[in-house]
Design a protein around this ligand. Structure first.
Ligand SMILES: [Fe+2]
Length: 457
C-alpha cells in the first residue's frame, strides 16, 4: 500500500461496513462474532437512557443496527465478552510462529539469543483484559497488523535488552509495542486498504490512530503513564519530522524512541522488502541513511543484531546483466541528483525566517538528506566512474559496487518521494498559511515531477 499501513480487511467487507456506519472496532467485533461468539455482559444504554442491547445479546451486524443513531453511555468494547479469548499460551505460540517464519529471528534463536525472555512477558497477557480482547480481534480481523505488531514487540524487547534496560522497563517497552497500533482498528477500512496516494484529509485521519491508541489505553487504566507516552510517541522522529507534535530527540522518551525504531524497521521490511522476497539484511543501508530520524544507539544495535545473524545479502543481479544494469544505474543517478538539486533549491530559497515550524522541519529533512548522501558514495565521481567502467564491460564481476549503489539509489529515491509527498500534503492540507510560499512550493513541485523516478517498491 502506498501509505505504508497495514490492513487485513477484504474489499468485499466494505459494503457491510458502509451500511452499518458504526465505529470500525464495533464492526470488527460483529465480524468476529460469526466464528467466535461476542456477548453483551452489561446492558448498553444510549446517552438518553434507552436500552439498546441487553445482557446476553450477541454482537452481530443486526444487533449493531440500532446503535448507529445513538451516542452510547458506555462504549461497546467495555460491555462485552468474547467466548474464546487469546490466552497466555496462544500468545506465546503466535510469537514463536513469527520467530519460526522469519529467517532473521530464527537465526537469532539458533544462536541462542535469550528467547526465554519472551516466556515471562507472554505470561502477563491475562493480567490485561483490554489487550487480550484487542489482540483476539486483531488476530482474527486484521491479521497483517497483528503479525506486524508481534514483530514490533519482538524487536522492541530485543533492543531494550541489548540496551541493558531494567527488566520492568524492557517489559514496559514490549507492552507499549503490543498496544501501539490499537488505534488503527478504528480507522476506516477504505483508508487502510487504499492503493492510491491518500488525500491530505485521509492522511490526517490515518495519523489520528496515535491519539486513538492513547485514548484507549488511558480509558482502560491498565498501564502506566510512561507506557502510554511511549505509544503516543511512536510516530515522532528525532529530526522533528514525525507526528503528532513534530517533537525532536530531546523531547521524546527513550521508550518512545525504541518503539519508533522497532515500528519503522518492521514497516520498512514488511512494506518494501518482504513482499519481494528480500531480506532483513537490506534494512541496514536504509537505517544508515535514516539515522537522523532515530536514536543513534538503537540504530547501531539493530544493525549489529542483523549482522550478527549472518544473513548474507543475495546477489540481486546476474553476471551477464551487470553492464546493462550499471548503465541504468548511471542514468538513475543523474535523475536523482537533478531531482534532489531542485527540491533543495525550492526549500532553501524560501529562507529560514518564516517562523513556520512545519516548514522548518521539511527544510530540515532536505538538510539531513543532503548531509547523509554527501557522506555516502552515492553522488561521488568514484561511484559513477566504477559504474561507467562496469557498463562498458571493462570490469565484469564487480557486482558488489552495483548492488550497493542500487540499494542506496533506491533509498534516495524513496526519500525524494517521501519528501515530495510531505510537501504536497503541507501545501494541499492548508497547513501552509503563507500564499506566496505555497505558490513557490507548488511551482517547485510541478518542476520536480519531471525528474522523479518511479517510486521505489
Ligand atoms: Fe502507528
Amino acid at each position: 500500500m502506498s501509505h505504508n499501513q497495514p490492513s487485513g480487511l477484504l474489499k468485499s467487507d466494505f459494503s457491510a461496513w458502509n451500511s452499518l456506519q458504526v465505529d470500525n472496532y464495533d464492526f470488527y467485533l460483529a465480524q468476529l462474532c460469526a466464528t467466535n461468539p461476542v456477548t453483551v455482559t452489561q446492558n448498553i444504554y444510549s446517552n438518553d437512557g434507552q436500552l439498546l442491547l441487553a445482557i446476553g445479546d450477541l454482537v452481530t451486524h443486526n444487533a449493531l443496527l440500532p446503535l448507529r443513531s445513538f451516542t452510547l453511555a458506555k462504549s461497546l468494547p467495555s460491555c462485552i465478552q468474547i467466548q474464546h479469548l487469546m490466552n497466555n499460551a496462544d500468545f506465546l505460540q503466535h510469537m514463536v510462529n513469527i520467530i519460526r517464519d522469519t529467517e532473521f529471528f530464527q537465526a537469532l534463536e539458533e544462536r541462542k539469543y535469550p528467547l526465554e525472555s519472551l516466556l515471562p512477558v507472554s505470561e502477563m497477557l491475562e493480567q490485561f483484559p483490554l489487550v487480550q480482547q484487542r489482540l483476539t480481534v486483531m488476530s482474527a480481523q486484521m491479521n497483517d497488523l497483528f503479525q506486524r505488531t508481534l514483530s514490533v514487540g519482538l524487536w522492541s524487547i530485543f533492543i531494550a535488552q541489548e540496551m541493558r534496560l531494567p527488566i520492568e522497563e524492557t517489559q514496559m517497552v514490549f507492552w507499549a509495542a503490543i498496544c501501539h497500533d490499537f488505534g488503527m482498528m478504528h480507522i476506516a477500512p477504505q483508508i487502510l486498504a487504499k492503493e492510491e496516494e491518500l488525500t491530505a484529509e485521509e492522511w490526517r485521519s490515518l495519523q489520528g490512530h496515535v491519539d486513538i491508541s492513547r485514548q484507549i489505553l488511558l480509558d482502560s487504566a491498565e498501564f502506566s503513564k510512561e507506557l502510554v507516552d511511549a505509544v503516543y510517541e511512536h510516530h515522532e522522529r528525532c529530526d522533528g519530522t514525525g507526528y503528532p507534535h513534530g517533537k525532536v530527540e530531546s523531547e521524546i522518551s527513550l521508550h518512545g524512541q525504541i518503539l519508533a525504531l522497532a515500528d519503522s524497521i518492521v514497516g520498512i521490511y514488511y512494506n518494501r522488502f518482504k513482499p519481494y522476497g528480500r531480506r532483513w539484511r537490506e534494512v541496514i543501508p536504509v537505517l544508515e541513511l535514516n539515522h537522523a530520524a532515530y536514536l543513534y544507539r538503537s540504530c547501531e544495535i539493530v544493525s549489529t543484531m542483523i549482522f550478527r545473524s549472518e544473513i548474507p545479502l543475495d546477489n540481486v543481479i546476474d553476471g551477464s546483466e551487470i553492464p546493462e544494469f550499471a548503465e541504468r544505474m548511471l542514468q538513475q543517478n543523474a535523475h536523482l541528483q537533478q531531482c534532489f538539486a531542485e527540491l533543495s533549491s525550492v526549500l532553501t530559497n524560501l529562507g529560514y525566517t518564516h517562523g513556520d515550524r512545519k516548514l522548518h522541519s521539511l527544510q530540515n529533512v532536505v538538510l539531513h538528506i543532503a548531509t547523509t548522501f554527501k557522506g555516502s558514495l552515492l553522488f561521488k565521481e568514484d561511484l559513477r566512474e566504477s559504474l561507467r567502467s562496469i557498463a562498458s564491460q571493462q570490469e565484469i564481476g564487480i557486482n558488489k559496487v552495483v548492488e550497493d549503489a542500487l540499494l542506496r539509489q533506491q533509498e534516495m529515491n524513496f526519500h525524494l518521494h517521501r519528501l515530495t509527498h510531505m510537501l504536497q500534503m503541507y501545501v494541499g492540507s492548508g497547513d501552509c498559511k503563507n500564499s506566496k510560499i505555497a505558490e513557490k512550493l507548488d511551482a517547485g513541485l510541478k518542476k520536480i515531477g519531471g525528474f522523479l523516478l518511479p517510486p521505489t517498491s
